[in-house]
Ligand binder design. Structure first.
Ligand SMILES: [Zn+2]
Ligand SMILES: [Zn+2]
Length: 122
C-alpha cells in the first residue's frame, strides 16, 4: 500500500506542471542571457553614443539624451555622422579679411593681422 502511495506522489500532475514551469522559466532566462551576448541585443544611441539594449533605445528612447526613433532613423543618423566627420564642406577656421577680402586663418587674423594687407582687428 505504501509503495503505491509513493508512486502516486511521483506522478502528481501538479508537481509535473510545476517542473514544466520551472523549465520554462530557466529556458527563458537562458535565452535572455544568450541574447545579451549576441550583438543584436545592444545598440548605440545615434546622438550620444550610449550603449544600451536595443529594446530600450527603440521602444523607450535613449536613457541618457532622450533620443527617440526607429532603427532606420538610427542607421541614417549613423551614416550622416560618418559622412560629416569625414570632412569636406566648410572650414570654420578660415575667414575672409574684412579689409582686402583675402582668405586667411581666423586665428592668425585675430592674433597677428592679415598677412596680405596687414589689417588687424581692434
Ligand atoms: Zn542618447
Ligand atoms: Zn587683408
Amino acid at each position: 500500500m505504501r509503495e503505491s502511495e509513493e508512486e502516486n506522489m511521483l506522478f502528481d500532475p501538479t508537481l509535473g506542471l510545476a517542473r514544466e514551469f520551472d523549465k520554462h522559466v530557466t529556458s527563458e532566462r537562458e535565452a535572455a542571457r544568450r541574447a545579451e551576448q549576441s550583438s543584436n541585443y545592444w545598440a548605440r544611441c545615434p546622438r550620444c553614443g550610449r550603449k544600451q539594449t536595443r529594446e530600450n533605445l527603440f521602444s523607450n528612447g535613449c536613457f541618457a539624451c532622450a533620443w527617440q526613433g526607429t532603427e532606420e532613423e538610427a542607421e541614417m543618423a549613423k551614416i550622416k555622422r560618418a559622412s560629416t566627420s569625414r570632412g569636406g564642406g566648410t572650414m570654420p577656421y578660415r575667414t575672409t579679411c574684412p579689409n582686402c577680402g583675402a582668405q586667411v586663418l581666423r586665428e592668425q587674423l585675430m592674433e597677428s593681422g592679415c598677412y596680405i594687407c596687414g589689417w588687424k582687428p581692434k
